[in-house]
Design a protein around this ligand. Structure first.
Ligand SMILES: Cc1cc2nc3c(=O)[nH]c(=O)nc-3n(C[C@H](O)[C@H](O)[C@H](O)COP(=O)(O)O)c2cc1C
Length: 256
């Protein structure tokens, strides 16, 4: 176990944090958590950074890319995790590693971890679960062993450059008449797209990345995707309901 790690995390609905925390908590006694949804990412304090980011349309959210790009790794080590909802992670892990390396970190291992789909929760329901937790802990042990041995990293992850085109946001969540005007959706929005006004909740579609943070934060379930979009997504991803996608781990080429 390390004494401390920095845990950089962006988790609009909690799945990425859950998966990333399993990793960070298995590696160090103290986890210094930096929420990438809030303000600028603060400089790393420890020798190792764990970075967990959700996959949006096969990429990492551009807001996260911008915040990570401002860090100064100064040769510190990083373990990266792209967390996705069963469909595919495509270029996201490669993009995450590229931005971390450009920011001066040495990426020593990576993972593509499965979590519940934040738009269609029947897909990947309950993940990460106990079996995922055991795999992630084993991965953490292998990373720690590799660090002790001082083994050189060889982290090759799937993905293509140029990356696939960034996802076009099809619509923004809306507030139903049941909205109680508590403003939690506005506070939860990482891109400042949601405002509580005298007339109710207003959403700036140009800023919204459809991350679902506002829907998850609503205490009365009055914040939803437009129903035709929700049912279209549920239908499109429905076939993945019974798929158990495996977590994938990269960069530890030495056996335990
Ligand atoms: C806008 C958006 C796009 C997504 N795109 C993908 C995708 O390309 N592939 C995939 O498997 N899951 C995709 N997901 C599911 C998320 O990657 C997954 O649920 C992740 O755990 C969400 O993180 P969070 O729970 O921390 O918010 C997407 C979710 C959202 C909201």
């Amino acid at each position: 176990m390390l004494h401390a790690v920095d845990f950089y995390c962006f988790s609009p609905t909690g799945g990425t944090r859950k998966a990333g925390m399993l990793l960070a908590g298995a590696m160090a006694e103290t986890v210094n958590e930096i929420d990438l949804a809030k303000g600028n990412a603060s400089a790393p304090l420890s020798d190792l950074a764990i970075v967990a980011v959700p996959v949006f349309g096969g990429r990492i959210p551009s807001l996260v890319n911008q915040k990570l790009a401002q860090l100064q790794g100064k040769g510190k080590k990083a373990v990266t995790a792209a967390v996705y909802g069963v469909r595919a992670f495509e270029d996201a892990l490669l993009e995450l590693n590229d931005v971390m390396q450009s920011a001066g970190f040495e990426v020593i291992a990576s993972a593509a971890l499965v979590a519940q789909h934040s738009i269609v929760p029947e897909v990947g329901a309950g993940r990460p679960d106990a079996a995922d937790a055991a795999e992630i802990r084993q991965f953490a042990r292998r990373v720690l062993t590799a660090m002790e041995r001082g083994s050189s990293p060889d982290v090759i992850v799937p993905g293509n450059r140029p990356y696939k085109a960034a996802m076009k946001v099809p619509a923004s969540p809306l507030s139903l008449p049941a909205c109680v005007g508590c403003g939690r959706c506005a506070s939860a929005c990482p891109s400042g797209a949601v405002t509580l006004t005298g007339e109710g909740v207003v959403t700036d579609a140009g800023k919204c990345m459809m991350c679902m943070a506002c829907t998850a934060a609503c205490p009365v379930q009055a914040r939803i995707l437009p129903p035709p979009l929700q049912s279209g997504m549920t239908e499109k991803l429905g076939a993945l309901r019974d798929v158990r996608r495996e977590n994938q781990f990269f960069g530890l080429n030495q056996p335990e």
